[in-house]
Design a protein around this ligand. Structure first.
Ligand code: MIC
Length: 655
């Protein structure tokens, strides 16, 4: 008899092109759908151009425009035109600026249970809510998948999370994922797929599941998987796509590599305190602190229910006079449905400032909070400086906690509303029929051959990178601690995002959050020594999928990183662009390398090709010693490092 499989294993097995399902070993997966957003998508389209792609080979590829909507000058607007022409040229759908946030729109319009989805955005796993195998990764991996290549990733372990019981009043899906983050923190999911199962699922709509799957990225997980059941079917029915439904569930007796259980009845409203999504405490522990801003929306709480509940809580009242109450509606479709179910009117009347559909303040595109004040957001991330305000104090919470706090002007446990306003928990009933809006989704033409790419002056082709040399003598120009996020390596925000299609310009912002002198030091090292190295602790480069966090340092001469451990996507991005990610064999060696030390690497081509361990000589002011490091590269990745990255390898093999 065949071994019973869990839902994640079934998804992997049905897409497995190379390798076997042994945790930790590289596998190659067939990719059915691709998702691009604009902030990472301009680079992907440039990569496709560099690869000479004729037409996307995935079943569906969609280019969304949801991140860079501010258009403070010509740059973002030029990017939008470039993306529209590129989408048409390469045979992709185009979701026009302002249509909506990629993850929920993709789920509504294109998501199909049982299919695989690769996205150039770390929150792509949100589509795991529908029973998809949805993985977020760097742009180059997505470009390769669009060109018909497999997606390579290490086979994850599977963690089964059993949900039992019922959520209490005032507690919702966001509190479930915050509970996971409270237990496992930002690297607890690294190398794992999180699969939810159990009776507690019956209470979670597809969009509630999206909330949990979306923020699985904050656990560092490869992805999150929910079964596809009657609730999934109902969701697809409401989107007029019931025919796309197929069932997906774990076999009877299926096993998991790790186990967890959440008894929903025991949950309380939770909140992530500054400045990590893993700093989770009960809201009651921080209640009473004064706030200046509340923002609801984003891919982490995108559902109609999320806006409705906030609207129902503030209905007939006015938010505190010192609070800016910002609402970022998910999509045009959701706006229309919010108008229909009165959520829009309730929010507006209570003082909400409505913004256009998109990511907005979630990635620091506007909505920066006032200095020294607290901002409460239903968003997924609160890494330092991400909001655009230096030393910001961003807390992450549910729409219930956000709306309650907007009313009182202080962090408020929503359960207190019962005594404060004599309110009982508003019960949401999903409408029988919702309005569907597809007007701003442009279908790909039959042939895009004749379409030329419109490139504004800010759009620069990808720089070329040299292959790995044999000998290096490189300075350590920066030493960092644990859990450094990509927001600290390559800043988010309105000043920087417009340069996502211009590597020379964006590289000026590399590491600016941790060391303003990095750019200068890197240029000096490049000119005098041919490059540099940085040193880091655990979980280096967690967070976003932005490959600019690898490309910009590489452009400035970064040859290698020495770290205790890496976040998955960033590790893949470094390899794709030819940066050698080395692991300390003995973590104690991290302490022995000061900033300013010299790293001597010898016989590198042979070492990378033939060995898993690399000997590194370190010279400090007063001593010189050798340490052992490891790389965890597959044979395919060794080749990429030797060639100076994926593009050189692709050109060598295919062009
Ligand atoms: C994020 O939440 O950090 C982003 C913005 O969605 C990023 C993508 C980006 O940096 O463009 C992500 O999660 O990958």
């Amino acid at each position: 008899m065949e071994k019973p499989l869990n839902a994640a294993q079934k998804l992997i097995q049905s897409h497995l092109l190379e390798g076997s399902m042994t945790p930790g070993k590289e596998i190659g997966l067939k990719i059915d759908q691709a998702l691009l957003q604009d902030a990472t998508g301009t680079m992907v389209q440039l990569e496709l151009e560099a690869m000479g792609l004729k037409k996307a080979k995935t079943e569906v590829a969609v280019q969304y425009v949801d991140h860079n909507l501010l258009q403070t000058d010509f740059k973002n607007a030029d990017d939008h035109l470039f993306l529209q022409t590129a989408a048409a040229r390469f045979g992709m759908w185009f979701s026009r600026p302002g249509n909506g946030v990629s993850h929920p729109v993709h789920m509504e319009r294109f998501g199909i249970p049982g299919k695989s989805l690769l996205g150039s955005d770390s929150h792509t796993p949100a589509a795991g809510s529908l029973g998809m195998l949805a993985i977020g990764t760097g742009g180059l991996d997505v470009a390769a998948a669009i060109a018909g290549e497999p997606y390579y990733v290490k086979m994850p372990e599977i963690m089964g999370v059993k949900l039992t019981g019922r959520l209490p009043d005032w507690v919702s899906a966001k509190d479930i994922i915050l509970e996971m983050l409270r237990r496992y923190d930002v690297k607890g999911g690294v190398g794992k797929i999180i699969e939810y199962y159990g009776d507690g699922l019956k209470q979670l709509s597809a969009m509630d599941r999206h909330v949990i799957a979306n923020m699985g990225a904050e656990l560092g997980a490869t992805t999150t998987v929910f079964p596809s059941d009657e609730i999934t079917r109902e969701f697809l029915r409401s989107q007029k796509r019931e025919d796309d439904w197929v069932e997906l569930k774990a076999d009877e007796g299926a096993e998991y590599d790790h186990h967890a259980e959440i008894v929903l009845d025991e949950l309380v409203p939770l909140i992530a305190t500054p400045s990590s999504p893993g700093n989770v405490v009960p809201v009651s522990e921080v209640s009473g602190k004064e706030i200046s801003q509340v923002v609801i929306g984003s891919s982490a709480n995108p559902g109609l229910r999320d806006f409705w509940i906030a609207g129902a809580i503030v209905s007939g009242k006015t938010v505190d006079s010192e609070v800016s109450f910002d609402v970022n509606p998910t999509s045009r479709q959701i706006i229309q449905n919010m108008i229909k179910n009165r959520a829009f009117a309730n929010l507006i009347q209570a003082g909400a400032r409505f913004h256009q559909s998109g990511c907005m303040g979630c990635i620091g595109m506007g909505q920066a909070p006032a200095s020294g004040t607290i901002s409460l957001r239903t968003m997924p991330r609160n890494f330092p400086d991400r909001s655009g305000t230096k030393d910001d104090q961003v807390y992450l919470c549910s729409p219930e906690t956000a709306a309650a706090s907007a009313l009182t002007g202080k962090i408020t446990d929503p359960r207190e509303l019962e005594s404060l306003f004599d309110m009982s928990y508003p019960k949401y009933e999903a409408p029988e029929e919702i309005i569907i809006n597809t007007e701003m989704l442009v279908a790909p033409p039959d042939s895009g051959k004749e379409i030329s790419l419109k490139k504004g002056p800010n759009i620069q082709s990808l720089p070329e990178f040299e292959k790995l040399l044999d000998e290096y003598d490189l300075p350590v120009i920066l030493k960092m601690g644990d859990n450094i996020s990509t927001d600290e390596i390559l800043k988010a925000g309105a000043e920087v995002l417009p340069y996502r299609s211009n590597i020379p310009e964006i590289s000026k912002y590399a590491f600016i959050v941790v060391d303003e002198g990095y750019h200068e030091k890197a240029l000096q090292a490049k000119n005098s020594k041919g490059g540099h190295v940085v040193v880091a602790g655990e979980n280096y480069a967690q967070g976003s999928s932005r490959e600019h966090a690898a490309i910009a340092p590489r452009y400035l001469g970064q040859v290698a990183v020495l770290a205790k451990s890496y976040a998955r996507i960033a590790w893949q991005n470094m390899v794709n662009f030819g940066i050698l990610p080395l692991h300390f064999k003995d973590h104690a060696d991290y302490e022995r390398i000061p900033e300013g030390a010299n790293i001597i690497l010898s016989d590198m081509r042979k070492q990378v090709q033939e060995q898993n361990e690399i000997t590194v000589k370190v010279e400090t002011e007063d001593q010189s010693f050798t340490i052992q490091t490891k790389h965890q590269l597959s044979p395919r990745q060794r080749e990429m490092i030797l060639n100076g990255g994926y593009i050189n390898t692709f050109k060598k093999e295919k062009v």
